[in-house]
Design a protein around this ligand. Structure first.
Ligand code: 1HE
Length: 265
């Protein structure tokens, strides 16, 4: 199997620590981490490999003050793409973001600055979003004479609802701070989003990988199913996960009263 170290990455940087936590950095700060076609190909390669590389959790962060400025508008302008060409570009975005959402490895996004357009589409493919005071969210596609092409109609609409997404796209509305948490664009608002994302990744990495696989793939798949099929799939997944050898010791610890109880902080 190809190793992560063997990937030829220029616009992404990856480090995996001894606990199996991968830090993936968007690494084009001079261009505000705008997603050009090459970066998306790097994402496809990396996130295709991640679930088979023993990675237990991912922190997705960015170099520079902005998380991601979305589609590389300069490249898009320069390439003067045909409809078919841009459709294929979008399909590669979907390939990359689907690998993230359905890959089974928890991805925690550490956000800051602009999380806009395709940058929000990228963030919404992560499983948990952590923002700081500098973070702001927008879908400026309407103002640019564009439309979303990286899954926002599915994932952003899922996070904030159809009406809010339409408002964001029509009017350029920007969300930040507590309001962004309240509408569902992020789950945490903290002083240091990277430190918090690291804590969350460490906590998630303590779970058995098979449990995390189910949490970070089955729930998304089940959202695409009828309730009847989702209930069936849930039972099948639970049949496998809830009888895994890795859970035996944890169940025994609960039974003999040595396991931590669930308490509010
Ligand atoms: C870029 C991009 C980009 C910056 N493509 N090059 N996304 C947007 O509409 C957001 C566009 N970007 C911005 O609004 C601003 O750049 C930011 C708020 C993110 C940052 O502002 P600032 O003042 O820090 O930077 P800047 O001076 O605007 O840009 C610095 C450099 O980054 C500059 O390059 P330089 O070579 O002239 O130094 C910019 O050209 C470059 N840059 N953003 C390309 N987006 C699958 S469909 C998805 C559809 C969308 O994503 S639409 C939303 C696009």
């Amino acid at each position: 199997m190809q190793a992560i170290d063997d990937l030829d990455l220029k616009n992404l940087a990856v480090e995996v620590d001894d606990a199996g936590i991968a830090t993936v950095s968007l690494n084009r700060p001079a261009k505000r981490n705008a997603l050009d076609a090459a970066t998306v190909e790097e994402m496809v390669a990396l996130f295709s490999l991640m679930p088979r590389a023993g990675v237990r959790a991912v922190i997705l962060r960015a170099e520079g003050p902005h998380f991601c400025a979305g589609l590389d508008l300069v490249e898009h302008h320069r390439e003067d793409r045909s409809p078919a060409e841009f459709m294929h570009i979008c399909l590669r975005w979907h390939e990359a973001f689907n690998k993230m959402e359905y890959g089974g490895v928890p991805i925690i996004a550490a956000l800051k600055g602009a999380v806009v357009g395709g940058g929000l589409e990228l963030a919404s493919a992560a499983h948990v979003r952590v923002a700081d005071a500098s973070t702001y969210f927008a879908l400026p596609e309407g103002q640019r004479g564009l439309f979303t092409g990286g899954g926002a109609t599915i994932r952003v609409a899922d996070l904030v609802g159809k009406a809010r997404m339409i408002d964001m796209m029509l009017t350029g509305r920007v969300y930040q701070g507590e309001e962004a948490v309240a509408v569902g664009l992020c789950q945490y608002l903290v002083e240091d989003s990277e430190a918090k994302a690291r804590d969350l990744a460490r906590a998630a990495a303590e779970n058995p990988p098979l449990s995390n696989f189910a949490i970070c793939s089955a729930i998304s798949h089940m959202q695409n199913m009828s309730a009847l099929d989702a209930a069936y799939a849930e039972a099948v997944v639970a049949g496998i996960v809830n009888t895994q050898p890795a859970s035996r010791g944890r169940l025994e610890a609960f039974a003999n009263k040595t396991a931590a109880r669930v308490r509010p902080e």
